[in-house]
Design a protein around this ligand. Structure first.
Ligand SMILES: Nc1ncnc2c1ncn2[C@@H]1O[C@H](COP(=O)(O)OP(=O)(O)OP(=O)(O)O)[C@@H](O)[C@H]1O
Ligand SMILES: [Mg+2]
Length: 341
């Protein structure tokens, strides 16, 4: 017995009916269950610019990577034509890990799906979502397959396993194992069918690890062993200047000041750095009319380690242009006015 949509061979009528509920190829109009006005059921339409789960990321002309990383990605692309490839992107927080995964998809014109592991609580959530459908005064539970399943069954898809070590329940990681090795798939009880990784699919996981991150779990050796690792370092100051100018329109003098400040923090304080993301936030604030010291202060936040913040602000004070420094000193010595919002 075959599914009329995807052609999958099914044992009997009962299995067929179950399969029809979740068949990825079923069309929206064919199932009255999909017609609930409140529920948008994504279809496999990767060329839609991101409206659905599977999408084509736009190329980002301002994203810079070390040459080594570019070579690693070229090799991954080449090898993925022979067998599945899994990449693990590590590095500093706010240093471009997630962007790297999306830009790999953009560079090779691949469809992409992002699975955010931080919101997964139980293993079954990796495969499907349940939702309530109201019909004529009664309601029932329906299920739809997840972006993870849609992505891995889409040829050439880049499946981004973002923040891999942040699921609520570590068992979420165990169910990944058969998808990341030679088995290339597994029978999933929740869906009552086999889920198979499509040709040339590339999994790219990202994670932040170390004592300073809370809510993270350890990625054990067996899982880690299935990945090739790519390290994404922070940009050197001269390249960070260029990125800040291109991304925010800030002038060169201020961009140099911000990038040098971040570089000094990164090379003199080991505990916590200032990220590219924070620098972009500071530059945006400045362009929007903030003073430079306040723009940086807002971007780095009132961290729960005041000693760290004080050290960082001290480093900033050596980088500020004279005019900015005078303004900062003035604000420290004056009691601020309170005004209506
Ligand atoms: N090398 C880079 N070139 C250009 N932009 C960068 C670079 N690195 C980071 N950025 C910018 O910094 C911001 C943060 O990047 P992204 O979210 O990819 O970092 P991340 O490492 O995934 O962060 P997190 O650790 O919080 O997950 C984005 O706006 C990104 O475009
Ligand atoms: Mg990220």
């Amino acid at each position: 017995m075959r599914c009329p949509h995807c052609g999958a061979v099914l044992k009997d009528e009962k299995i067929l009916q179950l399969h029809l509920k979740v068949c990825p190829k079923r069309e929206k109009v064919e199932s009255p269950r999909d017609e609930s006005p409140k529920m948008e059921i994504p279809v496999e339409s990767p060329k839609d610019g991101g409206k659905y789960e599977v999408f084509y990321p736009k190329p980002d002309p301002y994203f810079l990577v070390p040459e080594d990383v570019k070579i690693e990605l070229e090799i991954a692309e080449k090898l993925s034509q022979k067998h599945h490839i899994n990449l693990l992107v590590t590095g500093q927080p706010g240093g471009g890990k997630t962007t790297l995964a999306l830009q790999f998809a953009a560079r090779y014109n691949r469809p992409c799906v992002v699975v955010d592991f931080g919101i997964l609580q139980e293993p079954q959530e990796l495969f499907h979502t349940t939702y309530l459908v109201s019909e004529g005064g009664s309601s029932r539970t329906d299920i739809r397959e997840s972006g993870f399943v849609r992505g891995l069954e889409t040829e050439r898809c880049v499946v981004v396993l973002d923040e891999l070590n942040r699921p609520e329940n570590e068992r979420v990681l165990n169910v990944l194992l058969p998808f990341l090795d030679g088995r290339g798939g597994a029978y999933i009880d929740y869906l009552r069918r086999k889920v198979t990784v499509a040709p040339q699919v590339v999994f790219i996981a990202t994670l932040n690890e170390g004592a300073m991150f809370c809510g993270v779990t350890t990625v054990d050796t067996a899982l880690r062993d299935r990945f090739r690792e790519i390290y994404m370092p922070y940009l050197p100051p001269d390249y960070e200047v260029k990125v800040l100018m291109d991304r925010t329109g800030i002038d060169e003098k201020i961009a140099v000041c911000l990038a040098t400040f971040a570089y000094k923090v990164r090379t003199s304080i080991s505990e916590r750095k200032v990220s590219t993301r924070q620098l972009i936030t500071a530059a945006e604030n400045y362009v929007a009319g903030d003073s430079l010291w306040r723009a940086v202060s807002t971007a780095i936040g009132h961290h729960n380690n005041p000693a760290w913040r004080q050290q960082v602000m001290e480093i900033l004070s050596f980088q500020l242009p004279e005019k900015e420094l005078v303004e900062w000193r003035k604000s420290l010595s004056q009691r601020g006015n309170y005004v209506r919002l």
